[in-house]
Write a protein that binds this ligand. Structure first.
Ligand SMILES: [Zn+2]
Length: 468
C-alpha cells in the first residue's frame, strides 16, 4: 500500500498514512470484504488523536462481475478534471494486470457512485442482493433490537404492530440467533429470543402460517415413520399422495417440499394427476392447483440450492487464486461451513480426475490453509488431549511437553468447565475426569510458578515449550 501525505480530516494538519485507492478483486479477493465492511483507510492522527476513516477517492474493480466503480467523496470537492487525473492512472494499472482477452468495454466506462453506501449496494447487487433485500434486512435488525430491549409484557403489542414486517426471514434470523446464543453459552439471550419466537408464532400472521407448516411437518414425519424403516417406493409415493390429497393447502405443500423433495419425482406427479382425474370437479381443481404449486415450490428450492452451490464454487475459485491464501482464508472464515468444505472436496476430486494438476495444487493449498485456520487453538487441543489421555502418566507427559500453555488462565478455564459440569451444563460423566484433570493442571501450574520463583508464565516456560 502506498504511503501518502494527507491532511487530517479533523485538524487539517499534514500526516503520512498508508492509503489504498485501488480495490481490485481480481488481484486481491479480500478487497471486496474490505469495501463491504467499510474497514479500510483507517488513519490515526498524531496531532489531534483523530482515529477513523480517511475519505480517499477510490476505484473498485471486479473482473468476474465486470464491475468498475469509482467513488470520489464529495467532501474532497475535486473538480471533474482532478477526478479524471486520479481515475485515469488507476484504470491503466488495472488494464496492465489483465490479459488482452479480458480487457473489455466496461473498463472504458467506469461508473461513478456518490456515496460509500451506494458503492457497497452496487457490489452486493452484482451478487444478486438487491437494495430492497438490504432494506428488509435492516428493518429486521431494528425490529429485533427493539424486541430484545423491550419489557416482556410489551412484546405482544410490538409484534402485533409490526405484523407486516414479520416474515419467514424474521423467523430464520431469530432461530439463528438462538443457536448462536446457545453456542456462546449465553443462556439469558437464548431464553429471551425463545420467548420472542414463541410469541411471534402465536401473534403474527406469518407466525401462524409458520406454525401451520411446522405442524404439517410433524404430521408428515409421523406418517412417514408409520411406514417402517424401509418402505417400498410405491408405498412411499402412495402415502405422500394420500397425505396431500387429504388437505391440499399451502402448509402441507411447503412441508412436503421441505421434507420429501427428493421423492417428488415424475412418478409422484403422475400419481397425483391420476388422483385428481378420479376426483369430483371441485376436488380435481384443488388437487391440480396443489400440483402446480408443488412444482413451483420445488423449482424455488432447487434454484436456491443451485445458487448457493454456485456462490460457494465462485468463492473457492477466488480464494484459491489469492496471493496470500492464509490471509484470504482468515477473512472468509465467518461464512465457511460444512457445505463449503464438502464442495471444495468435490472440486478437488474433480480436478484430480481430470488430471488438472495446476488447479489441483491451488485447491489443495486452499484446503491446507483451511485446515490450519479451522484447527482449534492449542489450549483447546491440549485440554482435549488431557481428557482423552489413558492415565495419569500420559497426562504428566502432555503437561511437561506443553508446559508453556499451562498458564493460570488455562487453569481458570478448566475450573470454569468444571463449574459448568457441576451445574449440569455438561454431561455428568465428564465431571470426575474434569475434576482429576483440574487438580493435576492446577498442581502443575503451581509447581511451575514455584520453580520460576513466582514470575508466572514468563520466558522460562516459553523456552521450555520451545525446547519440547
Ligand atoms: Zn488531526
Amino acid at each position: 500500500m502506498p504511503q501518502m501525505q494527507i491532511l487530517c480530516p479533523q485538524c487539517k494538519q499534514p500526516l503520512v498514512a498508508e492509503i489504498k485507492q485501488l480495490f481490485d478483486v481480481g488481484q486481491d479477493p479480500a478487497a471486496k470484504q474490505e469495501i463491504l465492511s467499510g474497514l479500510f483507510n483507517i488513519i490515526q492522527c498524531p496531532h489531534c488523536g483523530y482515529q477513523g476513516p480517511y475519505p480517499a477517492p477510490l476505484v473498485y474493480h471486479d473482473p468476474a462481475k465486470e464491475l468498475l466503480l469509482v467513488f470520489v467523496p464529495p467532501e474532497l470537492g475535486l473538480s471533474q478534471h482532478e477526478q479524471e487525473k486520479f481515475i485515469g492512472p488507476l484504470v491503466q494499472q488495472i488494464m496492465r494486470t489483465l490479459p488482452a482477452e479480458q480487457r473489455k468495454a466496461y473498463l472504458l466506462n467506469p461508473q461513478q457512485v456518490l456515496t460509500l453506501r451506494s458503492l457497497q449496494e452496487r457490489i452486493l447487487e452484482a451478487d444478486g442482493i438487491t437494495k430492497e433485500m438490504l432494506e428488509a434486512e435492516e428493518r429486521r435488525v431494528k425490529l429485533l433490537q427493539r424486541l430484545l430491549s423491550a419489557s416482556e409484557d410489551s412484546l405482544v403489542d410490538i409484534l402485533k404492530q409490526e405484523d407486516e414486517n414479520i416474515d419467514v426471514g424474521f423467523f430464520r434470523a431469530v432461530s439463528q440467533l438462538i443457536d448462536a446464543a446457545r453456542t456462546g453459552n449465553d443462556e439469558v439471550s437464548a431464553q429471551r429470543l425463545e420467548k420472542v419466537l414463541e410469541l411471534a408464532l402465536e401473534h403474527t400472521t406469518a407466525g401462524r402460517e409458520q406454525r401451520a407448516v411446522i405442524d404439517a411437518l410433524k404430521d408428515l414425519e409421523k406418517r412417514l415413520a408409520a411406514l417402517g424403516p424401509r418402505p417400498t417406493p410405491q408405498a412411499l409415493r402412495t402415502t405422500l399422495v394420500d397425505w396431500v390429497a387429504e388437505d391440499p393447502a399451502e402448509p402441507r405443500l411447503q412441508a412436503l417440499v421441505a421434507l420429501a423433495a427428493p421423492f417428488l419425482d415424475y412418478g409422484f406427479y403422475q400419481a397425483l394427476t391420476e388422483r385428481a382425474e378420479q376426483a369430483s370437479a371441485e376436488r380435481r381443481a384443488a388437487l391440480e392447483k396443489a400440483r402446480d404449486r408443488l412444482l413451483e415450490l420445488s423449482k424455488q428450492v432447487e434454484e436456491a440450492l443451485q445458487a448457493a452451490v454456485q456462490a460457494v464454487r465462485e468463492a473457492i475459485d477466488r480464494l484459491s487464486r489469492a496471493q496470500d491464501v492464509r490471509k484470504a482464508v482468515q477473512e472468509a472464515l465467518p461464512w465457511i461451513d460444512q457445505d463449503f468444505l464438502a464442495i471444495l472436496q468435490d472440486e478437488i476430486e474433480q480436478a484430480r480426475r481430470r488430471g488438472d494438476t495446476h488447479r489441483l495444487q491451488r485447491l489443495e493449498r486452499l484446503w491446507q490453509a483451511l485446515e490450519e485456520a479451522l484447527a482449534p487453538p492449542p489450549t483447546v487441543q491440549l485440554l482435549d488431549n488431557l481428557l482423552r489421555a489413558q492415565d495419569k502418566a500420559e497426562r504428566e507427559r502432555l503437561m511437561e511437553r506443553h508446559a508453556a500453555l499451562i498458564t493460570p488462565e488455562f487453569v481458570q478455564s478448566v475450573a470454569q468447565l468444571l463449574a459448568q459440569a457441576e451445574q449440569g451444563a455438561l454431561p455428568s460423566e465428564l465431571k470426575p475426569l474434569l475434576q482429576t484433570v483440574y487438580n493435576e493442571v492446577a498442581r502443575f501450574s503451581m509447581l511451575q510458578r514455584l520453580k520460576q520463583g513466582g514470575t508466572g508464565s514468563g520466558a522460562g516456560a516459553a523456552a521450555q515449550e520451545k525446547r519440547a
